[in-house]
Design a protein around this ligand. Sequence first.
Ligand SMILES: NC(=O)CC[C@H](N)C(=O)O
Length: 475
Amino acid sequence: MPVTHDSDVPQEPAATGITPLDEHRERNADEAAVREIVGQIQQTGVEFVYYQTVSLTGRVLGKVVPARHLHRNLERGVNMHRTAVADLQVTREGALLGGGTQAPEFTALPDLDTFAVLPWDRTVARFFCQVYEPEHLPEVGGRHLAHDARGNLKRVHAAFTERTGLHLRTGCEPEMSWLGEGLKVRVRPGSSPSYHADCLELMRPIYQRVIRYAQQLGFDMVEGDYEDPGQLELNWNFDHADRTADRLVTYRQICRQVARELGVTASFMPKPFTGMMGNGCHHNFSVWRGEENVLADPAVRELHLTETGRHVLGGVLAHAAGSMALMGPTVNSYKRYWDVGQFAPAQINWGMDNKTCTVRLSANGRLECKLPDASVNPYLSHAALIAAIQDGLDNGIDPGEPHSGDSTDASVSKFGPLPLTLGDALNAFAADEVVRSSMPEEMAELYLALKHDEWARFCGAVTDWERDMYTEALP
Ligand SMILES: NC(=O)CC[C@H](N)C(=O)O
């Protein structure tokens, strides 16, 4: 069943009630929590605070404010211009996105539980914020900003928990490419340096700093390895999906910081090189009722799914095509699926520990969705997963039988084909009412405008591949 968002329902006159911004301000007045933060600021010598929000494409936006204004910022937040959330102000056809330059600013209020001191400069701390319409606007003032993907995930997740008593826990596995002086490796044709300890050694200064910084920011780092040339995957423990999404965004910030320190480039581009593995960001997920994982029966050892687990999986598969534009959000994302044999899926199916499938039952109680890549906005991908799971549970969707063997062959899926260009994925998203309902309609429209623009720019761009292919100069 589609989710309802407060920016989709008719506006209440502000005078009749407390706005969501008022409620957030009330939470920020929690004396014990504020005292704890002030204590940390004083003890650590924090002088500056970043108030961060996340744009629709997953970029971190922020303002820096001297720490002595903390109390004012907890109450009044910071303002930024709403076009920043849209990431793009004017489409190639001249349409203004995010309201255009004349639109009012938004108000971002910090979430107390996201306070953290930056390990690379302990005079700086950060908060993640939720975003509201400014209070001075008639009728909408104090409401959630429809384009705030982070706040939206919290609301979609809370509504799911309220309806079902369940919550989603996830672990993301971002892969990434490190480029720069001294990082090149040469491999024999047809071979891969995956898991090679010598290559991992080459990356020692990088992984050491990333893991240390992440641990200091509260990540429970668990393991990492070298994959294709220049590619690292460093994982941390799974958690409530809202926290995992914040961590993925923070992880990308950590990596970019390490890259600046070491004079190299950290890239989360989904598919930097043809013939080499792409940068996936598989989402491992499980569904919990309190401390009970409802995907598995603890008494059964062999790989299996409970009936509820089958419906969860069925929902995710049924909406795989519709959610693709969120899981693979860039033009480049789709190169990852086309370049076969590189461990990225190309069909909508599932398998028991089968890495060629869209969803892999990777352990009892844990499903792994392999669609997302490292450029994903985790707030959008997680909200889409929740909407798909809800639909699977509501309608008892059957996932069918697990696929065995290599699924990159052309077998037809009961859930239809996976859209394999950004353009097709956007059409599938536009047509999938359930996935679309994972965000307010205004956000869905902005996302479609933004991404159609990206697709159109790509379709109109002449590439090196075309020059190689078509600039024949035969005598
Ligand atoms: N570790 C792996 O399974 C490789 C995943 C692969 N890099 C991807 O793009 O999804």
